[in-house]
Write a protein that binds this ligand. Structure first.
Ligand code: IDP
Ligand code: MG
Length: 161
């Protein structure tokens, strides 16, 4: 099943929005397979945002993301990368539609409260940067699976015991 890396940036944690945002992913039907509160180091921030190195906002972005704790998460579900991006809304909150996370909770590009992987390949790279294997659940039994998917993946043994 597809996975994506979602991070609640320092502004989301500071503003007490973490629970609300996590709740949106839960209510959607996506499955949480890893989560931790953490302080991002400068080197991890620079690697994570490596594609933006050299851009005018890069220094401010690294300072911001390392300034206070974030909530790092991995969510699993059918098409979760693309759907997660839609739930977040456009990068610039001025363009984010109401109803999206950024559209509802943010006004400034440099304080746009959430990160989400932009492709399956990015998700794999970012999950590997932020989590080791022991911090991610391979697959856990969720009793609501058949109420979320018409044809759920074969129920793992964890569900049958
Ligand atoms: P994304 O977060 O929607 O994937 P990216 O273009 O990958 O957007 O940019 C990464 C992050 O860098 C954005 O979420 C935002 O926090 C910050 N950022 C991007 N462009 C600007 C800018 O022009 N000014 C300030 N911050 C920016
Ligand atoms: Mg991006």
């Amino acid at each position: 099943m597809e996975r994506t890396f979602i991070a609640l940036k320092p502004d989301a944690v500071q503003r007490g929005l973490a629970g609300d945002i996590i709740s949106r992913f839960e209510r959607k039907g996506f499955k949480l397979v890893g989560m931790k509160l953490m302080q991002v180091s400068k080197s991890l921030a620079e690697e994570h945002y490596g594609e933006h190195k050299g851009k005018p906002f890069f220094g401010g972005l690294v300072d911001f993301i390392t300034s206070a704790p974030i909530v790092a998460m991995v969510w699993e579900g059918d098409n979760v990368v693309t759907t997660g991006r839609k739930m977040m809304g456009a990068t610039n909150p001025k363009d984010s539609e109401p109803g999206t996370i950024r559209g509802d909770f943010a006004v400034d590009m440099g304080r746009n409260i959430i990160h989400g992987s932009d492709s399956v390949a990015s998700a794999q790279r970012e999950i590997g940067l932020f989590f080791n294997d022991t911090e991610l659940l391979p697959s856990w039994c969720r009793s609501t699976e058949s109420w979320i998917y018409e044809n759920p993946e074969p129920v793992k043994t964890a569900c049958s015991v």
